[in-house]
Design a protein around this ligand. Structure first.
Ligand code: GDP
Ligand code: MG
Length: 162
């Protein structure tokens, strides 16, 4: 069985952009519109002879109604299926209440979680990501998914544990 990595986080933090980078595809729809991915999307990926599956999700937002509730449900299914969770946050937007809520949900599950601070391009990375420490998942990995920056390093760190 290939290990499964799930991309979890608020809408619009760059999960689909990261999915496309990891799978070297354009299969996930990317836009500045929250909620473009409503179901789960699976992709095959390899990094240095290690094969794995990546799952993109619509994201877990503030609302628990309508389509948002559906997307949150899809995210929960992805979390259950995952061996490793990449919890993606937005270094430009900073830490939001919904990030803290997701962190609480993830902590309760006791699965392996890697915190990924995306969009570190054009911001002072160290300053921008330091507040994410308090989410309780250790040092965030820095990436700029739309530039492909930090993605190889992220995979190396994450897959080293398998
Ligand atoms: P998702 O909703 O979490 O899947 O987020 P998307 O992948 O659709 O990205 C949301 C928006 O953030 C899009 O406009 C992306 O182009 C943008 N974005 C994604 N990654 C980066 C990044 O590394 N840097 C910057 N500046 N923008 C990014
Ligand atoms: Mg998306």
């Amino acid at each position: 069985m290939k290990p499964v990595l799930a991309l979890i986080g608020r809408p619009n933090v760059g999960k689909s952009t990261l999915f496309n980078q990891i799978t070297k595809s354009r299969n996930a729809l990317v836009a500045d519109i929250p909620g473009l991915t409503r179901d789960r999307q699976y992709g095959d990926a390899t990094y240095e002879n290690k094969s794995f599956i990546v799952v993109d999700t619509g994201g877990i937002g503030e609302s628990e109604q309508g389509i948002d509730a559906y997307m949150a449900e899809q995210s929960r299914t992805a979390i259950e299926e995952a061996d490793i969770i990449l919890f993606v946050v937005d270094a430009r937007a900073g830490l939001l209440a919904s990030d803290e809520q997701i962190a609480r949900d993830l902590r309760a599950l006791g699965k392996k979680v890697h915190l990924v601070a995306n969009k570190v391009d054009g911001v002072h990375a160290e300053a921008a990501v330091s507040e994410f420490f308090k989410l309780g998942f250790g040092e965030p990995h820095h990436v700029a998914a739309s530039h492909g920056r930090g993605v190889q390093q992220l995979l190396e760190d994450v897959l080293a544990e398998l």
